[in-house]
Design a protein around this ligand. Structure first.
Ligand SMILES: NC(=O)c1ccc[n+]([C@@H]2O[C@H](COP(=O)([O-])OP(=O)(O)OC[C@H]3O[C@@H](n4cnc5c(N)ncnc54)[C@H](OP(=O)(O)O)[C@@H]3O)[C@@H](O)[C@H]2O)c1
Length: 253
């Protein structure tokens, strides 16, 4: 390993869009510390793939709602970096999260608090905990959703938290500019992963609806997102800052 090897810290790297992101970064020679919540085997499989691709990789367990674990996590990351001969990592991707379905009328307070903890509070305090380990001139990508623009009944809590993530991104960009850290939001459209019970992939009615609603005529797949994030994090994306970039194939135009 050389001191010039770049490392990304990607939450939710064990499956879906996080996995597609670390795999696309690996193709560009970027290693990863990726996290999983329960799916240790999935995360270890991704680590093996990355190592086979010739980049350093490590999986760490993380529940993004458990803010009290973040100091310990940061120290684990510091130790791993130092084993690789590094003091900092280069890119932070706040990807992890699960869905929620419920209207204003039927979402209860515990559900609302869970969505808040997972999608807004978690990324806020995780980023805070990891900031000393992110190099000056590094980058942050926060993941939002097309559902902050395209409204479906039953997505009010989830869409609202992701909307707040988009505002948080702009504040982060403002505050971290002095460290030359660019911060952007990537907002995927409907993508065929396990998310939301895998409905965009496994429910034919929803697949047909998304196909018809998308200008490019199909639902998204993880490979529509991972390589896009990798290119945004590449040198060619260096002047993009404080933006919400929707990656939806033109959904619901
Ligand atoms: N798929 C879509 O249509 C879509 C569209 C727009 C935005 N998004 C956003 O994209 C992100 C990733 O979604 P995805 O489609 O890749 O979902 P996915 O395939 O279900 O993967 C979710 C990932 O997040 C991890 N995770 C879930 N809850 C967590 C928690 N509380 N703490 C830590 N890790 C947790 C999972 O870990 P385990 O594997 O250990 O369970 C897994 O790695 C989410 O933020 C989602 O809101 C998805």
């Amino acid at each position: 390993m050389t001191g010039t090897t770049k490392i990304a810290f990607v939450t939710g790297g064990s499956r879906g869009l996080g996995r597609a992101t670390v795999e696309a970064l690996a193709k560009r020679g970027v290693g990863a510390i990726l996290t999983h919540q329960n799916n240790k085997q999935g995360a270890e499989d991704v680590v093996s793939l990355l190592k086979e691709a010739g980049v350093p990789a490590r999986a760490i367990q993380l529940d993004v709602t458990e803010t009290s674990s973040f100091a310990g996590l940061a120290s684990e990351v510091r130790t791993q970096l130092s084993e690789w001969g590094l003091s900092h990592f280069d890119y932070l991707v706040n990807m992890a999260g699960s869905s929620h379905t419920g209207t204003l009328a039927d979402t209860n307070e515990a559900e609302f608090d869970r969505v808040y903890a997972e999608h807004l509070k978690g990324p806020f305090f995780l980023t805070q905990a990891l900031l000393p380990l992110l190099r000056d001139g590094g980058r942050i990508v926060n993941i939002s959703t097309g559902l902050t623009r395209i409204l479906y009944p039953g997505r009010i809590a989830y869409g609202s938290m992701k909307g707040a993530v988009e505002v948080m991104t702009r504040y982060m960009a403002k505050e971290l500019g002095s460290r030359r850290i660019a911060v952007n939001t990537v907002a995927p459209g409907a993508i065929q992963t396990d998310f939301s019970g895998g409905m965009v992939r496994d429910n034919p009615e929803i697949t047909r609806h998304i196909t018809e609603a998308t200008a490019l005529g199909r639902p998204g797949v993880p490979d529509d997102i991972g390589p896009m994030i990798a290119s945004l994090l590449g040198e060619e994306g260096r002047w993009i800052n404080a933006q919400r970039i929707e990656v939806s194939g033109g959904q619901s135009l």
